[in-house]
Design a protein around this ligand. Sequence first.
Ligand code: ADP
Ligand code: GLC
Length: 474
Amino acid sequence: MTGRVLSVASECVPFVKTGGLADVVGALPGALAGAGWDMRVLIPAYRSLRGLTAGMDEVWFEPGLFGGAGRVFSGRVDGIDLLLLDAPHLFDRDGGLYNGPWGDWWDNPQRFAALSWMAARLAREGVAGWRPDILHAHDWQAGLAPAYLAYHGAEGVRSVLTVHNIAFQGWAPASLLGELRLPAEQYYPGGLEYYGGLSSLKAGLVTADWITTVSPNYAAELMRPEFGMGLQGVIAARAARVSGILNGIDTAIWSPEAEAVPYSAKAMAGKATARAALCTEFDLSVPGPLAIVVSRLTDQKGIDLLPPSIPGFVEAGGGLIVLGSGDPALEGAMRGLAQAHTGRVAVQIGYDEALSHRLFSGADAVLVPSRFEPCGLTQMYGLRYGTLPVVSATGGLIDTVIGATPATLAAGVATGVVFQPTDAMALQQALARLVALYADKKLWARMQKNAMAHPVGWQTSASAYAALYEGLRP
Ligand code: ADP
Ligand code: GLC
């Protein structure tokens, strides 16, 4: 192995997931092993994970961890070298990872400070004879880890902070500065101060040796006020140490060859069978393109653009299946769409991994009308399955999809439909374009072929991370 990395995050597939962050954190160790880097992953032992510690070794005891004691367990679980932080006073509770029945957990600043504190300690001091060269922190939950290295001694360990989504910033009142073990003299606008308070993400952004985000385009967008969400100046000031490395997807898990009704770019018959099965499952009859949405139902994802755009699409022959959960108002709007268009639109509220595989197998197109999208994974699943992506021109979506235009069609390289601006009118036009493309069977088949040939695995990105780590090494 070339070197060692301690990756720290609040989510990791297959253990715990609320979004794409978990997919990426879970995929990186395998991808980087191929590039010669030994990566271990530190996550909290939430209530659902405490059972795992029975098969692991206790490697650390930390008596004073933000209101109680913490223990770190180590072991190889499901192919990942896992470090679990068991701190029952912070993580052993019913409810969500970040919120309980009344909203965000009141002690989120302390909970994720504890995770970050342990990451910095394990990195600095090493654990069970293993000491990393690099500490790789993900998002606001791990944002204080680079700060703790910077302020309490890094002992030669270099830090990388990856921004998966700048909308979540880990805000805390300034009065917590001391409790969170942050130095008072660093509380100034160019340091820890953030609009009169603290932000663990900002703390990481000002202290990490390198900052990455999950697509090159989002790296550029983050320095602009429309996307930086208050942190654009902080990121722009460190532009020389910011890069965008595109996410990949796990092509072993997301593979049309491995589905219940298998198919491939060379033998597409299985896709038609999967489509027919899907229509039966949801009681749909769709002469035009059958589109899907698999997403958190939130403002970020542009879900509110569907109700005004779908009626015209349905009239033109299209159909839609939505799988997702989130904002109750958007869930209601999706149910309303299905009721208004029985036989053409179906909605399943909830989280269902197995269903998502059937959807990508059987559908013709996947819609991702996001207002902002750091990378996005579902458009990449779509490419791999010949389920053509219809995406807004933002973030990682335009780093991954080649929109159909007269020029890209003439060159034979188009893989989907790209629209802008992100509004209902533009989405409606994109859907009309989708219907027209679908009607031209030869053109559609060509686009499917292009999409399925587009590289979406981790290889290129793993080399990019490996090169970054190598360059940072003392
Ligand atoms: P984000 O992390 O912003 O939610 P991504 O596109 O990066 O967006 O990742 C979302 C991940 O969660 C993908 O793997 C997607 O398939 C999955 N996902 C989202 N909603 C659901 C759902 N309701 N059922 C199954 N999988 C879902
Ligand atoms: C975030 C972003 C998404 C990205 C994922 C993984 O959740 O919203 O665009 O794909 O992180 O990096």
